[in-house]
Design a protein around this ligand. Structure first.
Ligand SMILES: [Fe+2]
Length: 198
């Protein structure tokens, strides 16, 4: 059977649309469309803005884990190689959950690496290989940035009545990052620094 072919004119119109400097968009980044989930547009807009920041930072943490998975060295190579990849997988799940929450709220999620690079608060690592202690320290610092912002965002979502976002932040983002800090921290040669209580 003959396949239905697009007319050359229609094909070239699509090609032009894709390559236009300002292609037609269904929804611009930074806007929130109406969705019937009984949440005010202002509340949804605030959550979308916060979640896009968190998305950029989570994508950066995810990629940092893959970089370290590839570039790790030394006597603990195999353990760390595996742990970094496990954490990469867990962070990838968070990325998907955050991005889909943004869409659910009527927003537009960030997606591409150049947009992420412009937006993230996590310091850029060197291209070269770092020592294990530097890799671990860099990861702990990145996790702390994410945890600090995620807790503030969770409180803001709860105050606005966006319980779904609050739950995602607390049950998935905060808990996953705290657990990964534990695993990474225990690999430091001297263990985590003891702090006095009270
Ligand atoms: Fe691998």
């Amino acid at each position: 059977m003959r396949e239905r072919m697009m007319s050359p004119k229609a094909e070239s119109r699509i090609a032009t649309d894709v390559h236009q400097e300002h292609p037609r968009e269904r929804q611009h980044y930074g806007t929130v469309v109406s969705v019937p989930i009984a949440l005010d547009a202002t509340v949804r807009g605030t959550s979308v803005g916060n979640l896009n920041q968190l998305l950029a930072d989570t994508m950066t943490v995810r990629d940092l884990y893959k970089k370290h998975h590839w570039q790790v060295s030394g006597p603990t190579f195999f353990q760390l190689h595996l742990m970094f990849d496990k954490h990469f997988d867990d962070q990838s799940e968070l990325v998907d959950a955050i991005a889909e929450r943004i869409q659910m709220l009527g927003g537009v999620s960030l997606a591409m690496s150049h947009d992420v690079a412009e937006r993230t608060l996590i310091p850029r690592p060197p291209r070269g290989r770092e020592e294990v202690s530097a890799q671990l320290g860099r990861l702990l610092h990145a996790h702390e940035i994410v945890l600090k912002e995620a807790r503030a965002m969770a409180r803001q979502a709860a105050e606005g009545g966006d319980d779904g976002t609050n739950d995602l932040l607390v049950s998935q983002v905060i808990r996953t990052n705290e657990k990964q800090v534990w695993f990474v921290g225990e690999h430091l040669a001297d263990g985590p620094l003891a702090e006095h209580e009270g």
